[in-house]
Design a protein around this ligand. Structure first.
Ligand SMILES: [Zn+2]
Length: 399
C-alpha cells in the first residue's frame, strides 16, 4: 500500500464550488502520487492508517495560489525602477535597462519567494529565457505555463515571426504540456500576429493572454493615434505609417476577434461601460495587477463594475520591474485594502485559486482541494483569514 499523509486544518477552504469552509477538516493525501484521496471532517478521517500526520489545526488552509500574470525573466530588474512617475516614464526607464541579462540567482530567488508565499502555479509571460524559467520553477515545485509572447512588427512593418526564437527548441509534446501563445499588447504588436497567436491557442485548446487597456496613453494612441505615448512608440516599436483603429482597446481587441472565454485580459484599468459590456459578453477573464498599476501610476481598474457585470476576476503580480515582490497574499491584501466593498474571504480566495485555474485550463489539478486533484495548498495569513464578512464591508466614506 502506498504511503498516506493526513493533514488536519483548523479551517479549510476547499474552493470546490458550493462547498462552505470546513472547520476542523482533514485532508488525506497519497504521498506517492501527490493526489488528494479524501477531504472530510477531521473526526471522520482521524482513524485512517497513515504514515504521517501534519497538524495545521491552528491555521486556515486553502489551495495553492495561482499567479495568473508575471514575467519571471524580468526578475533581475527588482528595485531598478523606483515607484512614481507614469507609464511612459516607466517604459522609458525599462528600455534603458539590460532586459536580456537575466541573472539566474535573482530568478531563482523570485521563484522561491513565489513558492514560499503560497503560489503553486504561475502563468509566466516571456520570450527570452524559457528554459531557465522552467528550470527554476521545476527546482522549486512551482507549476508553470509559459505564455510565449509575440511582440512587435517585422522590419517591413508586417507581422513578426509567431514564435519567439527560444521556443523553437521545444517539441510538440512540451508545447502541448506547458506552452501557450500570448500577444503583448494592441499598441505594440502587429494585429495579424495577435490574431495568429490567438488562432494557435484556440486550435490547441489553450488560454490566450494580452495586456489590455493598461494605461491612458494606450487608449489615446488607439483612439486617435496621438499623444505622448504614441510619440514615444512611432518610428520605434510602431511603424511610422501606423494608423489608429479609432477604437478603445477593448473594442479593438474584440474587432480583431481576440476576446472569448479562453482569453485572459490583463490589467483592464481604462474601460468605459461599453468596454465592460464587451468583456462580459465575450466571457473574458480579467487579470488585475493592482500593485503594479499603483506603482507605475496607471490608475485603478473599475473592479466593482467588472464584478457587477459578472466578469471573472483573478490576480497577478506582474513582474519585479513593476512590483516589489511576487507574493500573491500581498497582492490580495493590497487589493482588499484598496477595493473595500462587500465580499467574503471565500470570494476573495476565488480570485487567486479557482478562477485563475479555470481560466488557464489547469483546473483538473489546481485551484481547489478535492479527491483526485493534486495536493497543493497554502496557509491563509492570519490577518486575511480573520477578515470576516463584517470586516470586509466598506469603510465609512469609501463606498
Ligand atoms: Zn505584464
Amino acid at each position: 500500500m502506498s504511503s498516506r499523509i493526513l493533514f488536519r486544518c483548523g479551517r479549510l477552504f476547499t474552493m470546490t464550488p458550493g462547498q462552505a469552509p470546513l472547520d476542523d477538516a482533514g485532508i488525506l493525501v497519497d504521498a506517492d502520487s501527490g493526489l488528494v484521496l479524501d477531504v472530510a471532517p477531521y473526526r471522520a478521517l482521524s482513524g485512517s492508517v497513515v504514515e504521517e500526520r501534519v497538524d495545521y489545526s491552528e491555521h486556515t488552509v486553502a489551495p495553492g495560489l495561482v499567479n495568473a500574470h508575471t514575467h519571471l525573466e524580468l526578475s533581475h530588474l527588482v528595485g531598478k525602477i523606483p515607484p512614481g512617475g507614469d507609464f511612459t516614464d516607466w517604459v522609458k526607464k525599462l528600455l534603458g535597462l539590460p532586459l536580456y541579462e537575466l541573472d539566474e540567482t535573482l530568478l531563482t530567488a523570485a521563484v522561491k519567494d513565489c513558492r514560499e508565499s503560497g503560489a503553486a502555479f504561475v502563468a509566466d509571460v516571456g520570450s527570452r529565457n524559457p528554459s531557465l524559467v522552467a528550470k527554476a520553477c521545476d527546482a522549486h515545485g512551482l507549476g508553470l505555463l509559459h505564455f510565449a509572447e509575440v511582440l512587435g512588427f517585422a522590419r517591413d512593418g508586417q507581422a513578426p515571426a509567431l514564435w519567439p526564437e527560444p521556443f523553437l527548441q521545444y517539441d510538440e509534446q512540451y508545447l502541448q504540456a506547458r506552452v501557450a501563445l500570448a500577444g503583448h499588447a494592441l499598441y505594440s504588436t502587429h494585429p495579424t500576429a495577435l490574431q495568429t497567436a490567438k488562432a494557435w491557442d484556440k486550435a490547441a485548446s489553450k488560454p490566450y493572454s494580452i495586456h489590455l487597456a493598461e494605461h491612458k496613453g494606450e487608449d489615446e494612441l488607439l483612439r486617435t493615434g496621438k499623444g505622448e505615448f504614441a510619440e514615444l512608440l512611432l518610428g520605434r516599436l510602431l511603424p511610422r505609417d501606423f494608423r489608429a483603429p479609432g477604437l478603445s482597446p477593448a473594442a479593438y481587441a474584440d474587432a480583431l476577434g481576440l476576446l472569448d472565454e479562453d482569453t485572459l485580459a490583463v490589467h483592464c484599468v481604462h474601460l468605459d461601460d461599453t468596454d465592460i459590456r464587451i468583456l462580459a459578453e465575450r466571457k473574458v477573464t480579467v487579470c488585475l495587477c493592482p500593485r503594479s498599476n499603483a506603482r507605475i501610476g496607471v490608475g485603478r481598474a473599475p473592479w466593482e463594475a467588472l464584478r457587477s457585470a459578472g466578469i471573472r476576476i483573478c490576480l497577478g503580480t506582474d513582474s519585479l520591474a513593476s512590483n516589489s515582490d511576487l507574493n500573491m497574499w500581498s497582492e490580495l491584501r493590497f487589493f482588499l485594502e484598496n477595493f473595500p466593498t462587500y465580499c467574503t474571504v471565500a470570494e476573495a480566495l476565488t480570485w487567486v485559486t479557482s478562477i485563475p485555474a479555470s481560466a488557464l485550463g489547469i483546473d483538473g489539478s489546481y485551484g481547489s482541494l478535492e479527491p483526485g486533484k493534486r495536493f497543493q495548498y497554502s496557509i491563509v495569513p492570519a490577518d486575511l483569514a480573520a477578515r470576516d464578512e463584517t470586516s470586509l464591508k466598506p469603510r465609512a466614506g469609501m463606498v
